[in-house]
Design a protein around this ligand. Structure first.
Ligand SMILES: [Zn+2]
Length: 459
């Protein structure tokens, strides 16, 4: 039987009347002076498979982006496999590229059409041949064996927050991208680690802090709690280093990675990278928002999920643009289109609350050139709406009758299931009864900071 927790203040409803925040003219002017990544974003990503790079058609891509009002491209940079002429000793250049400088062509073509280019880097692991060059750069389990991610074939040898691969090597890699290409930003894919590393660097740093070794599976819980605090500092050091590397090339260069699911608190604790980290280190806030989950038994999410996400991201860091990452061609069925009507509702739910878009195509080509093109122009009018109203959208503050207090500490206390279940129920209640709501993130607590008048707490 499900245990009932009386700690209902985890989702504290605060009945309140907020002021409708109508942007002043001076605010609208300010919006146009901000960096591009502070404005509502209209992103397209084509995730290249290795053979896609050989015939990647830049002209066709740009035509498509102009047609659908997208103004930012996210494209493969490298890490596991490199999509540019990488000259570092650990390079692993995609053999299908040959001598072609694909990234140069893409950047040149996009910039000529006022489209920004963000390159995706992924330092989650390397194949065995590269691992063998520098085994000491990578993570080790508690028995001293390399940690291998076996969800790919062949498996990837994984690094850690403190090793050379994710520090010096990653800095050199990102620096090379900026020095060779006039890119506008970095997308840091697979930013967090779900395992504990026992490599020499980690053990040394841990010993310096606590004068003891990193806990093992059989260690008591309080030792693990200590470890999680330390791991969080290591993770944030990593994000700070990546951000600093990007910003060396200009404040207008963006650094971002995925913002995690608002229902998953445990993952944040165990990986050391949390929503707080995202708010601090990323220039814009992106959360995956696919209509269906990525599993054999497809479960469709509630249709209001994107608007809940946008409201949540706005509470996390109001100054940074919220973006939902969706897929015109779905997620687990990556070559088959998502249901169009649901997809359009999905997008307009997000747009109505001030969210930007990231259409992620796993098919390699631009959507107009994929095998299944039925959803290629599905999002055009929603993107156009954001384009035409970007100054207003940037300053948008929804009128809010109800604030949901989002407490990360309560989530850690209760665990994911007991935290997310009542939260989802509350969202459903508010949406179905047409209450306008927002989130109050725990960092914003303090009546003056929240900005609500006539505060009355219902618990
Ligand atoms: Zn390590």
């Amino acid at each position: 039987m499900k245990k009932f927790y009386p700690i209902t203040f985890l989702i504290l409803l605060i009945a309140c009347q907020s002021q409708t925040q109508k942007p002043e003219n001076s605010d609208i002017k300010k919006a146009t002076e901000d960096y591009w990544h502070q404005q509502p974003l209209r992103i397209l990503q084509t995730v290249l498979r290795q053979p896609d790079a050989a015939n990647y058609n830049v002209d066709s891509l740009i035509r498509y982006m102009n047609d659908v009002h997208a103004n930012v491209l996210v494209i493969n940079g490298g890490g596991i496999v490199d999509y540019f002429q990488n000259t570092l000793p650990m390079a692993n250049i995609n053999p299908y590229i040959g001598d072609r400088d694909l990234l140069a062509e893409i950047v040149e073509g996009c910039h000529a059409n006022n489209i920004k280019v963000i390159t995706r880097v992924d330092f989650r692991g390397v194949h065995k041949e590269r691992y063998n060059l520098h085994p000491d750069w990578f993570a080790r389990d508690e028995n001293g064996n390399p940690i291998i991610l076996n969800y790919t074939t062949p498996g990837l040898y994984a690094p850690c927050y403190n090793g050379y691969y994710r520090n010096e090597h990653s800095v050199e890699f990102i620096s090379q991208l900026f020095e060779k290409y006039d890119i506008n930003g970095i997308w840091h894919n697979s930013v967090n680690f779900h395992y504990t590393c026992y490599c020499d660097q980690c053990q040394l740093k841990y010993y310096e802090e606590y004068q003891k070794e990193i806990p093992v599976k059989s260690s008591p819980e309080h030792e693990w709690e200590e470890y999680y605090k330390w791991n969080k500092i290591m993770a944030n050091n990593q994000l700070a280093l990546m951000r600093e590397t990007v910003k060396k090339y200009g404040d207008d260069k963006s650094y971002a990675a995925e913002v995690f699911n608002m229902y998953s608190i445990e993952q944040q604790k165990h990986t050391g990278i949390s929503l707080y980290s995202a708010a601090e280190y990323f220039d814009f806030l992106v959360t995956v928002s696919f209509i269906a989950n990525n599993s054999a038994n497809v479960v469709y999410k509630d249709i209001y999920y994107p608007s809940a996400l946008v409201r949540f991201l706005k509470s996390l860091e109001p100054e940074k643009p919220p973006v939902i990452l969706f897929g015109g061609n779905g997620t687990e069925h990556r070559y088959i289109y998502d249901p169009p009507l649901d997809s359009r509702l999905w997008l307009w739910e997000a747009a109505a609350t001030g969210g930007g878009f990231w259409n992620c195509y796993f098919n390699g080509s631009s959507p107009a050139n994929t095998l299944d093109q039925r959803n290629a122009y599905l999002a055009s009018d929603a993107y156009k709406y954001i384009h035409e109203n970007e100054s207003l959208i940037q300053e948008l503050q929804p009128v809010t009758d109800v604030g949901i207090f989002y407490s990360k500490a309560s989530g850690e206390l209760l665990g994911d299931e007991n935290f997310s279940f009542p939260l989802k129920g509350t969202l459903r209640l508010l949406e179905e009864e047409h209450y306008q709501y927002g989130f109050i993130y725990s960092t914003q607590i303090g009546i003056r900071k929240i900005g609500f008048n006539n505060l009355e707490i219902i618990s």
